[in-house]
Design a protein around this ligand. Structure first.
Ligand code: GLU
Ligand code: MG
Length: 631
């Protein structure tokens, strides 16, 4: 989840005093990087995936499953056995928000050759086995986006009680601080978000109304001092801590582009896919022990780190704050970055005018300047005493401080100072899938998509406000089948980002965008599989690309299996994880159709998930029957 520094974290009051300092030096650090590497060309295409895992304990005797809070020890052991003794170790392990979470990536990025697609699943399998090998007998590693009983009494091992009243960083009624990673970054973020906001975060997820669900659905919170009663909405599952969001797991992919303009082009193009691929990866229907009416985690995390004050949220007139801010720090992107995107930038963009001017004066073009000036409307949320005064030429911590706490659907990443890493973009909306096969399929699908976009110079841009509308639709229950999404009809007829440098956009050359003609509402099936007379379909495009590429037989077979999964998920022939979990619960003999996921139901569900993930059980309705699985 970003940069980890060691040292003494400052509280919110102290951090606030240094906010302008962090922003000022953050911008200088960005400019230093930019000036050094802006003209860098010919970096090769590299990419890598990130998978987030939960550590769980299966208590077979009591038929209970709990999250194990030993992520720190597991991580240390994995690093000691891996990267610390072998710089070429095939896996890398990193901490994540929950103390029951770890994150794994391949040891080296993948390169541009097709045969590497055939190693992705293998590497994910290595990670899973490697991590599993250091766990205790009854523990296992799970790639489930949201743990169904997160925040329910006794959901952790060891068990801890939340501390809503006494000292604590979350003050949650449900989520104990011990379930937060012990590295000070995570607790500091949690506490400072709450202090900056002026109250606990508020997450309300609509409950799924089953035939025996009370209506209205209203909960009592015995330990509440009044805050929950004010914040909780009827017919919603109420949550009050960062852990309910950042304690979820996802699947991300980062690309290195060959130049800054290619990175900006990819950033924009991929942004339009975020809602589509998120809906296609939907895997999180349950929250705090209840069946919800959403299928994706996005809005939950968004609310879980929403540090905006009442003034910034527009509930009170601006007095102590500078800006009215429309979105949480964890949200969809607010502006396109490539020249082609300029005319589709139709979201009101709050920017720090002084920073924007400073960037423009330093020679940065309008689109990049406003992007950075928008990220920098935020305050730093965590700052370490020892890390206030930095060498702006050779360090970038202040820039990264704000960059890494703007958790948007896409992230545009400048190279670190003095490194041979190029300009990168990160694709962040996907939910993690149950098996390595599925995770590989989603990752390979996105990587192939970038190749096709770059090779055929495709243009998928639509007004950004429409992408935002798509984001809302994407999270709804069964959006993959029922949702209609704005999508561009003719993707072969856009502007050419490499021939049109950003300056043309700056000069305001408006080409007429005949809105309503360029894009239309489509189902995910149409977008992915195509529909005569409406849209060509992404899978047919990828297939066409593959036919023209030299690919060995084995790799081709693997890729086709992956694309088949994507294709069938889009058409509804296969279920999403969200749908599959819903059906499992609905059919469970002990489920009372009251939207409650009991310990027993949760245990049976997780048990089944674990067996499928380990390849001990097939699950054709979710995964199909891929030919060469498990090789
Ligand atoms: N776990 C977060 C999510 O589900 C992402 C954290 C990160 O940026 O690594 O989106
Ligand atoms: Mg992560």
């Amino acid at each position: 989840m970003g940069l980890l520094s060691q040292g003494s974290p400052l509280n919110w009051e102290e951090t606030k005093k240094h906010a302008d300092h962090v922003r000022k030096h953050g911008i200088l650090q960005f400019l230093n990087i930019y000036n050094k590497v802006k003209d860098r060309q010919k970096d090769v295409l590299k990419w890598g995936d990130e998978v987030e895992y939960m550590l769980v304990e299966m208590d077979d005797k009591n038929e209970k499953v709990r999250l194990v809070l030993n992520g720190k020890d597991v991580l240390e052991t994995l690093q000691e056995k891996g990267e610390k003794i072998n710089p070429n170790h095939p896996t890398l392990w990193r901490p994540e928000y929950g103390s029951y979470m770890i994150e794994g990536t391949p040891g080296q990025p993948y390169g541009g050759t097709m045969s590497e697609f055939n190693t992705v699943e293998d590497n994910m399998g290595k990670r899973r086995r490697e991590a599993a090998s250091v766990l205790r007998m009854n523990e296992t590693l799970l790639t489930v986006t949201s743990f169904p009983r997160l925040g329910c009494p006794g959901f952790t091992q060891p068990e801890y009680k939340p501390t809503p009243v006494e000292k604590g960083v979350s003050k949650s009624l449900f989520f104990p601080d011990e379930a937060i990673n012990r590295h000070p970054r995570f607790s500091t973020l949690t506490r400072n978000i709450r202090h900056r906001r002026g109250e606990k975060v508020v997450i309300n997820v609509p409950i799924f109304k089953d035939k025996n669900t009370p209506s209205p659905f209203v909960e009592a919170f015995p330990e509440d001092d009044g805050e929950a009663a004010r914040a909780a909405l009827p017919d919603h599952i109420y949550m009050d801590a960062m852990g309910f969001g950042m304690g979820n797991c996802c699947l991300q992919v980062t690309f290195q582009a060959c130049s800054i303009s290619e990175a900006r082009y990819l950033y924009d193009q991929l942004a339009t896919f975020c809602p589509i691929v998120m809906a296609l990866s939907a895997a999180s229907p349950f929250y705090r022990g209840y069946v919800s009416d959403i299928d994706c985690r996005w809005g939950v995390i968004s609310a879980s780190v929403d540090d905006r004050t009442r003034e910034e949220r527009g509930l009170e007139p601006l007095k102590n704050n500078k800006f009215r801010i429309h979105k949480s720090r964890y949200d969809s992107i607010d502006s396109y970055l490539s020249c082609c995107g300029d005319k589709y930038n139709d979201i009101e963009l709050t920017i720090d005018e002084d920073i924007n001017k400073q960037l423009l004066d330093a020679g940065i073009d309008k689109l990049l300047a406003q992007h950075i000036a928008h990220l920098f409307i935020r305050d730093p949320l965590s700052l370490f005493q020892e890390k206030i005064h930095l060498d702006d030429e050779n360090e970038s911590d202040h820039f990264e401080n704000l960059q890494s706490t703007n958790w948007q659907t896409m992230r545009f990443k400048p190279p670190p100072p003095n490194s041979d890493i190029g300009w990168r973009v990160e694709f962040r909306p996907m939910e993690v899938q149950l098996t390595d096969f599925e995770n590989s399929a989603y990752v390979v699908f996105i990587v192939l998509l970038t190749r096709v976009i770059l090779s055929y110079k495709l243009d998928f841009l639509i007004p950004l406000s429409k992408v935002d509308e798509n984001m809302k639709v994407a999270q709804k229950r069964n959006a993959v089948q029922e949702g209609m999404f704005y999508f561009r009809k003719d993707v072969f007829k856009g502007c050419n980002p490499v021939l049109d440098p950003p300056s043309t956009a700056q000069n305001g050359v408006e080409s007429e965008a005949k809105d309503g003609e360029e894009f239309t509402l489509m189902s995910i099936d149409t977008i992915i599989n195509g529909k005569e007379g409406v849209f060509h379909g992404l899978i047919p495009m990828l297939n066409c690309y593959l036919e023209n590429m030299e690919v060995d037989v084995d790799t081709r077979c693997t890729i086709l299996n992956y694309l088949k999964l994507i294709k069938k998920r889009a058409s509804g022939e296969l279920m999403t994880m969200a749908k599959w979990m819903r059906e499992f619960v609905a059919r469970h003999p002990q489920y009372k159709h009251d939207s409650v996921i009991t310990d027993k139901v949760n245990y049976d569900l997780v048990h089944k998930c674990d067996r499928i993930a380990k390849g001990l059980e097939k699950c054709p309705e979710l995964i199909g029957d891929p030919v060469n699985r498990g090789k």
